[in-house]
Design a binder for this molecule. Structure first.
Ligand SMILES: C[S@@+](CC[C@H](N)C(=O)[O-])C[C@H]1O[C@@H](n2cnc3c(N)ncnc32)[C@H](O)[C@@H]1O
Length: 648
């Protein structure tokens, strides 16, 4: 049961909240417990926009839901409260939302309720345990269309009635918000997962399977494999320009007429450089290959790649050797494991009925040190016989020994891990416990002359030669580092960027929230004899200001950030923007579309919401880290000029 005050605890608006608030101030009524303070009452009297059910959002919403009563909710006669000065023009506050929903459920609800209108929602912020959500639109016209549509909407008895009020610049609950692009990704991943888990597999027809088999697996996983490399680059550059144009358009739409437009918004979009991949590294380049274990179309065990078309009931595993970007060594090892699995008699995991043992096979390797790490993932509980379990582990160790592998196999397997994974979800948990059944917990990689221990779950760019090019580019952007510079490795993972680039800086500070990654980073720092790199194990948003603040003004602080695929959480971006002293930032994105919101939050002009000087986007670069696919890395160089300090 909720412990938050009930609706009865909140002053109602039957006579107008103003009267009640006046009464409270004059001592004619006592303020309801936990409801509003004197200051809030005062603020409300000042604001007086006739739409808020209770006190100022900053405090009252922290404890209470918004009043769902109708009185005074939409608009006072003769004035448009949505156009007032202290209103966030692209946002609304939607009332009547399920209080335990999160942002992605709010998005689903909006899509359900306004399917025909196709509103351009850009961000959602859902305060915890409240019946409100803040919605941001691409522009004010969209927002107004939404307000109008909601006004005209007929709610059925079963539907929860929703109302809208303006979002105010001081609304504390309007906390950055999550980009809709990010929520859509989450929703679609969850949808696919649910489809897989809930739908009993339809039986595909023989013809459909034959048709599917006619299509090379590469078409599915690396669709540019038949496209000449020069053309691949042209496609990626064109895509990047489109992304930049869209980014500029979004920025233009967000800048109010009374604000000045930064130069990067109107400048002709141009990629300063696009780092192409040398010919010898365009195929079989992946240093990490993840195979699925299951049955092929004939019902035989395979260690290979998923082929699925749920509409047609197609779901089988295709051969490991049919992917032109996987390493050749990983294919040999997959074959080795496949033969062994057939001998054990233990079945592959069936993702529809959630039964069976063998699930995934991960191979990580260094083309330079010739070391390999292996991780085998299985549903451990399926094999309850301890002796059999032990035999399996011993068997696995044996099949990956030098004697069991082809004579010309020049790699050394340094680590074999066994990970028991019970949940039906297809994504292997990054922090899952791994039982090291052979060797150490990592393999060694060499990047730009530095040595790194890479464990099974550590993040590393999948294309090492292109990763080196990327790091060199980052190095050229950060410029010469010396005793007067601090290098901030934001979301530092296992420390690769800082270790490779920043040894000549006064200090390198890595901030990373995953403990195992921080521990790996410390090992990597030590084994490279680096003494100026400090790792802080924490969320960036919790510490960055505290760390950088005392250094501001004394040093040139240069930040590099390479966030997870969907981009950074809004709170991280907010902390970076308000980080005094951080005036130079290299933002690396493996999904440049997904980080548009982050870049806008860093670069749009200063306002009450964006309470710090903006960064200017000065240069765009691309790096082809994924030949034969449509993906590429986008690199954005951001600068604050004049520096944060000089603005004040
Ligand atoms: C794509 S990896 C990049 C790691 C490293 N920069 C590199 O290039 O090898 C992203 C990292 O960001 C970390 N991360 C994500 N959000 C974070 C946050 N709010 N605070 C600290 N670390 C975060 C993740 O744990 C992950 O290690």
């Amino acid at each position: 049961m909720s412990t938050s005050p009930q609706k009865e605890d909140i002053p109602q608006q039957e006579n107008g909240s103003e009267q009640i608030q006046q009464d409270v101030l004059l001592g004619k009524r006592s303020a309801p417990k936990d409801a509003i303070t004197e200051n809030q009452v005062k603020e409300n009297l000042v604001r007086d926009d006739g739409d808020i059910a209770i006190g100022d959002q900053e405090n009252a919403e922290a404890e209470n839901d918004e009043n769902d009563d109708d009185n005074g909710s939409e608009k006072s006669e003769g004035e448009d409260i949505f156009e007032k000065e202290d209103v966030e023009l692209e946002w609304v506050c939607l009332r009547g939302v399920e209080r335990y929903d999160q942002e992605r459920q709010v998005l689903k609800m909006l899509h359900r309720n306004f399917a025909d209108e196709k509103f351009q929602f850009t961000k959602i912020s859902k305060p915890k345990k409240k019946n409100i959500a803040f919605i941001q639109f691409a522009n004010t016209e969209e927002r107004n269309r939404f307000i109008q549509s909601l006004k005209n909407k007929k709610f059925t008895k079963k539907q929860k009635r929703m109302k809208v009020r303006p979002a105010f610049k001081g609304d504390k609950n309007l906390n950055g918000g999550v980009a809709v692009s990010q929520l859509e990704q989450q929703n679609s991943a969850q949808h696919q997962q649910q489809q897989r888990q809930q739908q009993p597999p339809k039986q595909a027809s023989k013809e459909d399977i034959e048709k599917e088999l006619q299509i090379p697996l590469e078409e599915r996983v690396c669709p540019l494999w038949k496209t000449p490399y020069e053309e691949q680059l042209e496609i990626k550059k064109k895509d990047f320009i489109e992304i930049i144009k869209n980014f500029q358009k979004r920025a233009k739409d967000s800048i109010r007429s009374d604000e000045s437009t930064p130069i990067w918004v109107t400048r002709e979009p141009k990629i300063t450089d696009f780092l192409e991949c040398d010919e010898q590294y365009r195929f079989h380049y992946r240093n990490k290959t993840e195979f699925t274990i299951g049955l092929n179309h004939l019902g035989e065990i395979k260690v290979g790649y998923n082929r699925t078309n749920f509409d047609k009931g197609i779901a089988f595993i295709d051969d490991a050797n049919k992917n032109c970007v996987s390493s050749k060594e990983s294919v040999i090892l997959a074959q080795q494991l496949e033969n062994f699995i057939k001998e054990t008699g233990l079945p592959a995991y069936d993702r529809f009925v959630h039964q069976g043992f063998w699930r995934y096979f991960v191979v990580r390797q260094s083309f330079k040190t010739k070391e390999i790490l292996i991780n085998i993932v299985a549903k451990g509980s399926y094999c309850s016989d301890a002796t059999q379990f032990e035999q399996i582990k011993q068997g696995l160790i044996k099949i990956f020994q030098k004697e069991s592998l082809p004579e010309n196999f020049e790699y050394k397997i340094t680590s074999i891990g066994f990970q028991s994974y019970e949940a039906p979800s297809d994504s292997i948990p990054q922090d899952g416990q791994i039982d090291i059944i052979y060797g150490s917990r990592s393999y060694k990689e060499n990047i730009l002359g530095k040595t790194f221990d890479i464990s099974a779950n550590a993040f590393l760019q999948v294309h090492t030669p292109q990763c080196e090019r990327l790091y060199k580019l980052i190095g050229s952007l950060t410029g010469e580092l010396n005793e007067k510079t601090i290098f901030l490795d934001i979301c530092s993972g296992i420390g690769t960027i800082g270790i490779c680039l920043a040894t000549s800086a006064k200090e390198v500070i890595g901030i990373e929230m995953v403990e195992t990654a921080c521990n790996d980073a410390k090992v990597n720092i030590e084994q490279n004899g680096i003494t100026n790199y400090k790792v802080i194990c924490s969320k960036v948003e919790d510490v960055i200001n505290e760390i950088v603040g005392p250094l501001a003004g004394q040093y040139k602080i240069i930040g590099v950030v390479d966030p997870p695929r969907p981009g950074l959480h809004a709170n991280v971006v907010k902390a970076m923007r308000t980080c005094k002293g951080l005036d130079h930032l290299v933002y690396v994105a493996c999904n440049p579309v997904a980080v548009t919101d982050n870049l806008l939050a860093l670069c749009l002009p200063e306002s009450k919401r964006r309470r710090a000087p903006a960064f200017h986007l000065t240069r765009y670069y691309g790096c082809d880290l994924f030949p034969q696919t449509k993906h590429f890395e986008g690199i954005f160089y951001l600068e604050r000029y004049p520096n944060y300090d000089e603005y004040k």
